[in-house]
Design a protein around this ligand. Structure first.
Ligand SMILES: *C/C=C(C)/C=C/C=C(C)/C=C/C1=C(C)CCCC1(C)C
Length: 249
């Protein structure tokens, strides 16, 4: 196999100007890659107490970059949505986002039990979503798994917005509280894009709004997921970065 064969295996030769899904796979990949380089280099510049948080930020975007590399190829080669790769990525990166909450609130006394709660809820959310998407896409059973996954999501929202995470952030006060507040907005607004994509992007859609039809391919869901991933993963990292370089209390 020559270099050219490998290069062309991504089917770049058929990359069309109206392929919006492909567009977001490529920009998503590059954005995650660049963000990882940025967080890794900047890590050396921040105070010691924030170095671990910045490393976790770099891991989140770095793990995503590698998966986007493969998801992009999978999509370009098959024209299908890369469900398996997508969920492998999320299974690694979403728990790491929970770790970010834990690291920030640890300064106000967060116990390891809080981390477990966040981890169990996020894994439940993803496993249930995976079952719905991988085995029941297009069938009414996908609603059941989507709803159960949504319940786990709401539990996470509650923990960070009103529950233990919010209470610890309030007792930490100052810039830590503000940073946790920003991360909470990502969870409440940014993460909500995923269930919306799950509902609208799959065959049949909801209320007759079939995004799959609109983008002309059976994986309209990837438009939502790719945009949401870039916002949430890079956004989380930038909030942590802003906290780490802040001169305020
Ligand atoms: C970096 C990746 C992130 C932050 C992924 C987050 C994913 C979700 C919040 C997914 C949630 C889902 C539901 C709440 C219901 C339908 C199924 C999912 C898995 C799409």
């Amino acid at each position: 196999m020559s270099f050219l064969d490998i290069f062309l295996s991504t089917d770049l030769a058929t990359f069309r100007p109206d392929d919006y899904v492909g567009f977001t796979f490529f920009t998503g990949y590059m954005a995650m890659f660049a963000a990882s380089v940025f967080f890794l280099f900047e890590r050396g510049r921040v105070a010691d107490e924030w170095k671990l948080s910045l490393l976790v930020s770099a891991l989140i975007t770095g793990i995503a970059a590698v998966h986007y590399y493969y998801m992009r190829d999978f999509y370009m080669g098959t024209g299908e949505t890369p469900v398996v790769l997508r969920y492998i990525d999320w299974t690694l990166t979403v728990p790491l986002m929970c770790v970010e909450f834990y690291l920030l609130t640890k300064k106000a006394g967060a116990k390891i039990g809080l981390l477990y709660k966040l981890l169990v809820a996020s894994v439940a959310m993803l496993v249930l979503g995976y079952i719905g998407e991988a085995f029941y896409a297009g069938s009414s059973t996908s609603w059941l798994y989507g709803a159960l996954s949504g319940a786990a999501y709401f539990y996470i929202v509650w923990l960070v917005w009103k529950g233990e995470v919010a209470e610890l952030a309030a007792s930490a006060g100052g810039k830590v509280q503000r940073a946790v507040g920003h991360l909470t907005k990502f969870v409440v607004i940014g993460w909500a894009i995923y269930p919306i994509g799950y509902i609208l992007g799959t065959e049949g859609g909801l209320f007759g709004m079939d995004v799959a039809e609109m983008v002309g391919y059976n994986g309209g869901v990837d438009i939502f997921y790719n945009i949401a991933d870039a916002i949430n993963k890079i956004g989380f990292g930038l909030v942590v970065y802003a906290l780490a370089v802040s001169k305020e209390d």
